[in-house]
Design a protein around this ligand. Structure first.
Ligand SMILES: Cc1cc2nc3c(=O)[nH]c(=O)nc-3n(C[C@H](O)[C@H](O)[C@H](O)COP(=O)(O)OP(=O)(O)OC[C@H]3O[C@@H](n4cnc5c(N)ncnc54)[C@H](O)[C@@H]3O)c2cc1C
Length: 416
């Protein structure tokens, strides 16, 4: 009997992944399929299945999977985290992203607090998040603006330092505080439900996009408002929406990176986000392969299962091989980069994100093809996988543009 190639995880690590697989099968996948058919306002309504997902994830303590043990987090190792992300992506990539982004501001805040010893950050944000068992602390990452998309991620590229290229969402110092004004785009994941934003905004305009700051902003502060939840093609269980800031006073302790540290913080965030994306969409690729294989065995057409046709078998094998490649690459990059001190892994992270999302999209498309007409029916997982995978080619950076960012780094600093 075929089974997954052993991952080399210890028994307790495998048990965590098996538990997340069960959670994915029992909770995430059914909720995601149900949410896919709702309107965006219905998705974020307090009565929707979304809140059951969040409540159960936080009740298990999994929201703190990557936070350091010194603040009460689970501090799972990179190999276990890879298995966890793959299982979540297998179940429902949209909810995997939503739950992952929910932790993002607190995770970066914890990394900063470990370096700086910012006690207010620890007491006001990090510990309450880790101890939360009811999803009262939900994060988002707000970087994209209506007039700024790919360029916000162009770290290392010449135009990143162009004085005319600064973002329009601005922070200025006022005593020890920061005053924030401007808007983040409708693409902010969890933008409709988040309680805290990891806000990337402009602090020193003359330095262009590089003159940014990173703040963790409680979204109940006076002057914060939201747009309507976005209606989109795929990943419909992932709520997204604009966030507006009108002279919002943010306490000084919420600063995670000033302009001197901004490129470093962006590169670190982009590296982690792209690494996580590679694992989540490896999971989606597996789901597509499994859907295709199951259907090919069951579908009897012209008197025999379509799995008996050579062309179908060939397609199934190619899908399997591509999934194995994605799994090996995403795992080696996630584990390898966790051992790296400082920067230097962005090109690797991007190579994993681009390869694994391309693979997920190709395999979801193949799975639809193997389903024939049945693959186009709304409400079936295979049709949803294709829409969810399509969004991943743009999410956390358009794949083409990310390739340019990685190429810049390779040309400038790769040692042969
Ligand atoms: C599902 C999903 C989730 C997302 N989640 C978040 C989130 O949580 N937070 C957030 O802030 N944003 C989020 N985004 C936004 C996402 O990061 C942006 O969509 C992405 O960076 C691209 O920006 P854009 O859509 O403005 O496209 P543009 O930057 O306008 O790009 C459009 C096209 O032009 C090309 N292009 C642009 N610049 C160049 C260049 N210099 N050279 C060559 N080609 C170029 C691109 O490759 C692309 O094909 C999300 C997007 C999606 C789809």
């Amino acid at each position: 009997m075929y089974a997954e190639v052993p991952t080399g995880l210890a028994d307790d690590q495998q048990a965590i992944c098996a538990e997340v697989h069960r959670f994915g099968a029992d909770v995430l996948r059914p909720a995601s399929l149900a949410l896919d058919l709702l309107t965006p306002p219905e998705v974020v309504d307090r009565g929707s299945p979304l809140w059951k997902v969040f409540a159960e994830w936080y009740a298990l303590g999994n929201h703190a999977a990557s936070l350091p043990a010194c603040y009460g987090g689970l501090e799972l190792g990179a190999a276990t985290q890879h298995g966890l992300f793959v299982e979540m992506g297998w179940a429902a990539a949209d909810l995997a992203i939503s739950l992952g982004v929910a932790s993002m501001p607190f995770q970066l805040a914890a990394q900063v607090a470990q370096m700086t010893g910012n006690d207010a950050l620890v007491d006001e944000m990090i510990r309450p998040f880790v101890e939360d068992r009811e999803a009262r602390y939900v994060g988002c990452w707000a970087i994209t603006e209506p007039g700024h998309g790919s360029d916000t991620l162009g770290v290392g590229r010449a135009e990143f330092h162009d004085p005319g290229g600064a973002g329009a969402c601005r922070a200025r110092r006022d005593g020890g505080d920061f005053i924030v004004s401007g808007q983040k785009s409708a693409w902010v994941s969890n933008g409709s439900i988040a309680t805290h934003a990891l806000l990337f905004c402009t602090l020193e305009e003359h330095r262009g996009m590089a003159g940014g700051a990173v703040l963790i902003v409680p979204l109940d502060l006076p002057g914060v408002s939201r747009g309507a939840p976005l209606d989109k093609h795929g990943q419909r269980a992932l709520n997204q929406g604009e966030i507006f800031f009108d002279e919002v006073r943010v306490p000084g302790y919420c600063l995670l990176a000033d302009s001197d540290m901004y490129p470093f913080a962006l590169e670190m965030t982009l590296t982690q986000a792209n690494t996580g994306m590679s694992a989540v969409f490896t999971g989606l690729a597996r789901a597509a392969f499994e859907q295709a294989l199951t259907y090919a065995r069951e579908r009897v057409q012209g008197g025999k299962p379509i799995a008996e046709h050579q062309l179908v078998q060939s397609k199934l094998f190619t899908m399997f091989a591509r999934y194995q490649q994605a799994r090996a690459l995403s795992r080696s990059v996630m584990v390898g980069l966790s051992e790296l001190e400082g920067l230097g892994g962005l090109a690797h992270a991007i190579s994993a994100k681009v390869t694994c999302t391309d693979t997920a999209y190709a395999l979801a498309s193949d799975a639809v093809q193997i389903h024939g007409g049945s693959g186009l029916v709304r409400g079936l997982l295979v049709e949803k996988l294709l829409r969810d995978a399509r969004a991943s080619l743009i999410e956390d950076g358009v794949n083409d543009f990310l390739g340019l960012v990685a190429a810049r780094q390779l040309v400038d600093s790769y040692v042969c």
